[in-house]
Ligand binder design. Structure first.
Ligand SMILES: [Zn+2]
Length: 344
């Protein structure tokens, strides 16, 4: 079968690899019908660290092709959402809804222990606890939106939940990538009254407004922080959704959160320490977040997707086949595409 490999920075290839196959009795194999490229795939693309033969992709919808003898909740032919990490579904953390801390957690693609989803097929460990079966056909028109429940929409929602977004609250979203835009959807859905999007890409800002952003701050650094304070009577916001992961994005987040507020981090951190420990203490600021337990959020978000109340599928602005994946990385990296959907 064919799969996406990234042996080193700026080198994305579609190679032949051994077919995905059942190894353990709790495994399933899915044929990938939809996958996509994530902003976090661009970190290794831009310099690593990369590992030999690294398989890429961690977001997918697929059709179950084979199951191990202990799999109970999915069967051959089921259309399923694959969250970006596997989980056993029955440990203490899974029961608390924190599947990304599962004692058997494994992350798909990107040099993780599991193979990648930008491929024709994929082995899924702990299929019962990981895969989420859907009651739709594999060509359903809602597929792009359903695909976002694998990662971006669940991750934007996690940013909002960990930033304690509340009804009538004030929110700032740092980052206008697909996760940031889904963060806007999530904040609106949770009832925030003021949603400030920080970004400067014209089309993304336009989409953010359609998703519910009430204010736009395109300035960066100190100037951007000043603008947010101006928009919030000088105090800053109650909830900051940090959807980038750079040091600058974190500095900005800490600079615009008001006393008693919370920062929900979902951008993979590319910084060593969070600055401002003294300030954080005296202002009672909470910093939370981490890898989203997207598996836990599907129950809550799926009805809104199925009934069209939220439209996270609109973050996809390009579709490619496997051969188009290398150019898809280039297009996302150059911000020519917001998010690339893959039909292997
Ligand atoms: Zn678990």
């Amino acid at each position: 079968m064919r799969a996406t490999i990234m042996p080193k920075a700026h080198d994305v290839r579609i190679d032949n690899v051994p077919d995905a196959a059942i190894k353990d009795p709790t495994d399933a194999v899915i044929r990938i019908t939809r996958a996509c490229i994530c902003g976090s795939d661009l970190w290794p693309y831009n310099g690593g660290p990369n590992v030999e033969g690294q398989r890429m992709g961690h977001e997918a919808i697929g059709v179950v092709e084979d199951v191990g003898r202990d799999v109970r909740t999915v069967k051959r032919g089921d259309v399923v959402i694959m969250p970006f990490a596997n989980s056993d579904g029955n440990c203490m953390f899974c029961e608390e809804g924190l599947q990304t801390a599962c004692v058997h957690v494994g992350f798909f693609g990107n040099g993780g222990p599991l193979d990648g989803a930008q491929a024709e097929a994929l082995r899924i460990p702990f299929a019962d606890g990981t895969l989420y079966p859907l009651n739709v056909g594999e060509e359903d028109g809602l597929m792009p939106a359903l695909l976002t429940l694998s990662d971006v929409m669940g991750t934007g929602h996690h940013a909002a939940v960990t930033a304690r977004v509340r009804r009538g609250g004030t929110v700032a979203v740092v980052g206008d990538g697909a996760v940031g835009l889904c963060g806007v959807i999530a904040a609106k859905r949770l009832g925030a009254e003021q949603i400030i999007i920080m970004g400067r890409h014209e089309q993304r800002i336009a989409l953010a407004k359609e998703f519910g952003a009430t204010d736009v701050v395109s300035e960066r650094g100190e100037e951007g922080m000043q603008r947010v304070r101006e928009l919030t009577r000088g105090f800053g916001v109650q909830s900051v959704l940090e959807c980038v992961g750079t040091e600058q994005a974190m500095d900005t987040s800490m600079g615009i959160v008001r006393a008693g507020g919370a920062v929900g981090r979902v951008g993979v951190p590319h910084y060593e320490a969070i600055k401002g420990a003294q300030q954080m203490f005296y202002r009672n600021v909470i910093v939370a977040g981490g890898p989203a337990p997207t598996r836990a959020y599907i129950d809550e978000l799926l009805p809104d997707v199925m009934e069209g109340r939220i439209e996270p599928g609109r973050v996809f602005d390009r579709t490619v086949d496997l051969d188009g994946v290398p150019d898809g990385y280039r297009a996302m990296n150059e911000r020519e595409a917001l998010k690339v959907l893959i039909r292997p």
